[in-house]
Design a protein around this ligand. Structure first.
Ligand SMILES: O=C(O)[C@H](O)[C@@H](O)[C@H](O)[C@H](O)COP(=O)(O)O
Length: 259
């Protein structure tokens, strides 16, 4: 029955600055972690690249984080070796994993032996997701406890770019892209069926460079920009954690942050 309910409207939290946003995001993630562990003794999370890993630093040293229960995947990853500064995994290692005790076997990077064949790289990552989710949830698509997204100034998220054919991918879990307008051009990315099956999806967007695009994405979802298309199926929920510099033009109603 519940599957027929329409997706819930996005919830927008706007903070005076990243300084206030970061600890609130950490509290939100910890609460989400507690719910997930209570239900199934594990917490499945997917991370994006860009500035997102840095916003997780609010979790460092916080009580209540059960790091050994975390299982981390990447929403998107650039097809580069780990010693390349463009690697999202390497960014997460330096910004985040190196500062918290997440067991290495719980972190799921791409297989960098497959960088020469993007289709194989995407297939192998899909298999990695299948190993984690297929037997446990017996669902058609993985159901992440939490997916963390950033948004580019053109409204892209993950490696799902405006006008790109991947926006209509409806069966694959992980797809590849060879012509990303944001460099580097070769990447793999979760598709909407994965993103929109998550329990909670959180966008983090800060700074004046997101001013115009945030208002387009939230006030004019009918334009169909990639970030507007993130609408997890009921009972999933999308949240926006932004700062006032990013939300200055957005008319969409804000919600006061409380857990
Ligand atoms: O690997 C990537 O390029 C990302 O996953 C991408 O979708 C990113 O999250 C946005 O471009 C926002 O990036 P910023 O947070 O740096 O603005």
């Amino acid at each position: 029955m519940s599957a027929h309910k329409p997706p819930s409207a996005p919830i927008l939290y706007s903070f005076p600055s990243a300084h206030e946003l970061t600890p609130a995001l950490a509290d939100f993630i910890i609460a989400t972690q507690h719910d997930a562990i209570a239900k199934k003794d594990r917490f499945t999370v997917a991370l994006s690249g860009g500035s997102l890993p840095h916003t997780l630093t609010g979790l460092i040293g916080k009580p209540g984080v059960k790091w050994d229960k975390w299982h981390i995947f990447y929403v998107d990853e650039r097809a580069v070796p780990f010693d390349n500064p463009d690697s999202n995994h390497s960014l997460c290692v330096s910004e985040f994993y190196s500062k918290v005790p997440i067991p290495e076997q719980n972190i799921h990077p791409i297989d960098t032996t497959l960088l020469d064949d993007l289709e194989e790289l995407a297939d192998a990552y899909e298999q990695e997701l299948i190993r984690e989710f297929a037997q446990k949830d017996a669902a058609r698509f993985p159901i992440f406890d939490l997916i963390l997204l950033g948004m580019g100034p053109d409204g892209h998220t993950g490696s799902l770019f405006p006008g790109h054919e991947l926006l209509s991918e409806s069966s694959r879990w992980v797809a590849y892209i060879e012509d990303s307008p944001k460099p580097p051009p070769k990447r793999i990315t979760f598709t909407y069926p994965v993103i929109n099956h998550a329990n909670k999806v959180v966008f983090v967007a800060t700074g004046g460079a997101k001013l115009d695009i945030l208002s387009q994405v939230l006030d004019k979802p009918e334009q169909g920009l990639p970030s507007s298309r993130v609408r997890p199926a009921y009972p999933g929920q999308v949240y926006w954690f932004v700062d006032d510099a990013a939300s200055g033009k957005t008319e969409y109603p804000r919600t006061s942050f409380k857990l």
